[in-house]
Design a protein. Structure first.
Ligand SMILES: [Zn+2]
Ligand SMILES: [Zn+2]
Length: 358
């Protein structure tokens, strides 16, 4: 049994943590999601997407990963793969995509949601100001997506007039005979002409040309919780593409954050540099510093402060996601500025000081 290099497939090494593997997998799954490509590349992307999932289903499970590392044959992957492929044949990968972002365990995702009658998921990036991400906000997004035709309400027929489908004689299903090495297998499939409805429009709806679906730019208001960080994703259920006789896919809003002129962020803590003069450092004193909530806070600089001293303002950082009453801290690194230009008076005083130093 040929064993594939799952680490290589996911672009990681065998010493990488499960977090790193998950991150890399998410990136690849997004990149090769077959719903995002032109039809000529779809097959290739589907193959790649399958391969990525196969690799991840093994490496994301500690037991399977250890057994894979020991070089044992990848029975797990083989067996789960076979149950996957039937789903893939359905051509709808949005379930996988959804589960991926939901963070659901990969082991049972295929049994969890069998509904193949779901529109494609959409992904959209929103760029937030630093403080918008910290305290939360509401954003209006304009998303190009498929919606049900506004004229025929999705059934594709002009004036709701239908006739019986001649392909399936109104049955909605067709019997197919397939020759296999084990004999002829008879299978019932959904009629592709009427897509299982047994009837087709008498005349096609002039607005959507019978598709039942039109492309539209839709306004979506998204409530963004405070504490969200770059790279995190919000899911808007049913905010994706509509599907004739099905449920719409989901919309995934990926967060990006603009840098702040003063602060840098590390999870829920923020940091800044505060330039102080040599005399402030030597003599000590008070200094007002900016905070995230735009109020200034006065800090005390101790006598004889060294450059690089780090001060902490407790609870002045980013509010925790879903726990806004908890906040991170604000760190202030004091940097002593050495003056580049001196006035006559300053030069004289420093020269006096230098004499005392001797
Ligand atoms: Zn229509
Ligand atoms: Zn039919």
């Amino acid at each position: 049994m040929a064993t594939k290099d799952y680490y290589k497939i996911l672009g990681v090494t065998s010493t990488d943590s499960s977090d790193t593997i998950k991150k890399s997998y998410k990136k690849l799954a997004l990149k090769f999601h077959p719903d995002k490509v032109s039809p000529d590349k779809k097959k290739e992307y589907e193959e790649k997407f399958k391969e990525i999932n196969e690799a991840y289903s093994t490496l994301s499970d500690e037991t399977k990963r250890r057994s894979y590392d020991r070089g044992e044959t990848n029975n797990y992957a083989q067996s789960s793969q076979s149950s996957q492929s039937s789903q893939f044949e359905g051509g709808d990968l949005s379930d996988i995509f959804r589960n991926l972002f939901r963070g659901g365990s990969f082991g049972n995702q295929f049994s969890e949601e069998e509904d193949a009658n779901t529109g494609n998921d959409l992904q959209y990036e929103v760029v937030l100001e630093f403080t918008e991400a910290a305290f939360g906000c509401e954003k209006e997004l304009f998303i190009k997506k498929d919606i049900l035709c506004t004229l025929c309400k999705g059934d594709g027929a002009e004036n709701k007039q239908f006739k019986t489908c001649t392909t399936c004689n109104g049955q909605g299903r067709l019997k197919m005979n397939q020759r296999t090495p084990f004999g002829t297998i008879s299978q019932t499939i959904t009629c592709t002409t009427c897509r299982g409805k047994g009837k087709i429009p008498e005349h096609k709806c002039p607005h959507c040309k019978g598709a039942g679906i039109i492309s539209s730019k839709e306004k979506v208001t998204v409530k963004i919780p405070g504490g969200i960080n770059a790279g995190q994703t919000l899911r808007v259920k049913n905010g994706g593409n509509a599907l004739q006789n099905g449920t719409p896919g989901d919309l995934f809003v990926v967060i990006a954050i603009k840098p702040h002129p003063r602060f840098t962020r590390d999870e829920y803590d923020i940091s800044m540099e505060l330039p102080i003069t040599f005399s402030q450092a030597a003599l000590g004193g008070e200094q007002a510093v900016p905070t995230l909530s735009s109020e200034e806070i006065t800090i005390k600089i101790e006598k004889g402060t060294e450059s690089g001293t780090r001060l902490r303002l407790k609870g002045q950082g980013i509010p925790y996601l879903n726990h806004p009453s908890h906040r991170g801290d604000q760190f202030i690194t004091l940097k002593i500025k050495t003056p580049k230009k001196l006035t006559k008076a300053q030069t004289k005083l420093l020269e006096e000081l230098a004499k005392l130093d001797e």
